[in-house]
Design a binder for this molecule. Structure first.
Ligand code: 13P
Length: 261
């Protein structure tokens, strides 16, 4: 079972799905179904597209919902001539909690590098946002037997020059690229092994105390049908869910992971 010192988090990454009206409908459904016991056990986080965030904030505030929300990306820059970018201070004004940084789709399609991921982590911290750093290997790297080495080097690069008092608060999401949107989920043991390796790396870079605090999520084809065995692993503190989180009923079942088969 996940460590009692760390509150589990179930994070729904909507990617480029759902407009703001659909977001409002989704949240109303969640608000109707979620009860205090759900929120007490598990932090519920959604990552909608930027254009939905104001509507999400309005619904959550109006109904005093305990759902938190994050942005799917953040600019490394503070302000200025960066067409199309969204700054950390803009997100903070919308009371965004998390900034998802370094998702493999951004690394693959938007040329994000370990260096830009590190700059974005610092931009998030500077603006009082919690970085949720995505790491993980491609199929080629896995087949070459370099998954752990690759993933840990992404972790180390993302945290370069980040002070230890911030590291305990942040979230690292291990998302093997070959498991994203493919229906091919890592085994619970694989998720545990990598999560433990990440935690040990944080302990080595910082301290055991910091490593015990950092929350580590698994992502990649998580569904209600496989979430429980993943969550039962001692170093897995939650899940980052793509496709299955677009259906509020399925996301609800995932949030209620102890009740699943
Ligand atoms: P899927 O759950 O659709 O595999 O996506 C995982 C993911 O990329 C979440 O960020």
């Amino acid at each position: 079972m996940t460590n009692e010192k760390r509150q589990p988090v179930m994070a729904g990454n909507w990617k480029m799905n759902m407009n703001h009206l659909e977001a409002i409908g989704y949240l109303n459904k969640m608000a109707f179904s979620l009860i205090d016991a759900d929120y007490a056990r598990t932090e519920v986080a959604i990552f909608p597209p930027f254009t939905d965030i104001r509507s999400v904030q309005t619904v959550i505030d109006a109904d005093h919902l305990s759902i938190v929300y994050g942005a799917q990306d953040i600019s490394a820059h503070d302000s200025g001539a960066y067409t199309g970018e969204i700054s950390g201070s803009m997100l903070k004004k919308l009371r965004v909690k998390y900034a998802l940084i370094g998702h493999s789709e951004r690394r693959a399609y938007h040329h994000e590098t370990d260096e830009s991921v590190n700059a974005k982590v610092k931009a998030a911290i500077k603006n009082d946002l919690v970085p949720m750093i995505a790491v993980g290997e491609t199929l080629d790297i896995k087949q070459a037997g370099n998954a752990v080495e690759h993933t840990l080097s992404q972790v180390q690069a993302a945290l370069k020059d980040v002070r230890s008092n911030y590291v305990g608060e942040l979230v690292i999401a291990y998302e093997p690229v070959w498991a994203i949107g493919t229906g091919e989920v890592a085994t619970p043991q694989d998720a545990q092994d990598m999560s433990m390796a990440i935690r040990q790396k944080v302990a080595k870079l910082y301290s055991q105390d910091v490593a015990e605090k950092v929350r580590i999520l698994y992502g990649g084809s998580v569904k209600a049908g496989n979430v429980k065995s993943i969550m039962e692993q001692p170093d897995v503190d939650g899940a980052l869910i793509g496709g299955a989180a677009l259906d509020p009923d399925e996301f609800l079942r995932i949030i209620r992971w102890p009740d699943q088969p």
